[in-house]
Design a protein around this ligand. Sequence first.
Ligand code: SF4
Length: 357
Amino acid sequence: MEMIEEQIFTPLRNKVTQGRRISLQEAELLYQRASDEQLQELALIVRSRFHPEKEASWTRMCIINFTNICIAKCDFCAFYRLPHQEGTYTLTAEELVRSVEIFHQGGDGYIGFNGGFNPKLSLATYREVFGEVRRRFPDMVLYEMTIPEFMFYCKLSKVPYEEGAAYLKASGTAWIPGGGAEVLSPSFRLRHSPGKYTVDDYFQAQAAVIRQGIGSTATMMIGMDESPRERFEHLERLRHFQDLWKKMPSFLCWTYKPWNTSFGGQEISDQDYLRWLAICRIFLDNFKHIRTSVLTRHEVALHGLRYGADDLDLPTSDEVISKAGGEIPTDHKKILDHGRKLGYSLKRRAASLAQPS
Ligand code: SF4
């Protein structure tokens, strides 16, 4: 990897050290030409505005898939089944409660629910099912659906996003995280996922969710055929959105698993992931928490702490990743020990990340 000449890098370092924001052109320059060490240096300067140098947080995260029926047909997805295909399922409230119970016995508090665009479900189904889960486990943090699912069920129920969000909020929904964002670039969406949503629509839905007082987060999936320009479109839109609303506590970047998908391809390298994580920390200067993905990068994700990340989830299961050929890293002690060997003090995630901002 090359390195940016000192006379160009020094003004950039000064800018970041003074807490000033880097431009899109400067971020592109860093991505194309900075050495790993230069990226780490800037990412750690931005990280130090929010967190002590050698501290990071973690939580165990259980991902439960509510339904695998989906009509969006994204070409990067190995998880979904069309309604008429074999092997479809939709869990009942009782089955969901049982799945949560197993995780709850382990003493952990985060559950992410993930499903498809199932034409047989509705906002009312979600309200009823998750109302029951919440009633049984009032102490748990429940990520009840992702923004794209919320969008789909609002459309299916023929209600505007504002009304859909108010309806869920009134029934107690606390979180609708920004999973399923992949790359928020119109050209990327057209190539891979035209049936899911448009970028403008995505942000309108997320704004409605936030306005109604429901917590949300930011995510990104890299590693398909997205161009640097498309990746940066995603970061620009996110930074702008966060400037407007200032409500998202965290950003998570994870990577595409190519097996059993119609798009196929190969996984990106660890270095590509870590370099991009550093760019995210430097460019997204209005996000307190940058989360590194143990789910998709295993122990390597811990090196992300040296590239600006400060938080991680330890996954127990995720059918979306398993179906796409990813192995779920469940030896959590080994992963945490690895982080400690790198010199980090790793603590359970603080309440600030469990509360909508
Ligand atoms: S990524 Fe989500 S929306 Fe797209 S096909 Fe898979 S389940 Fe459906």
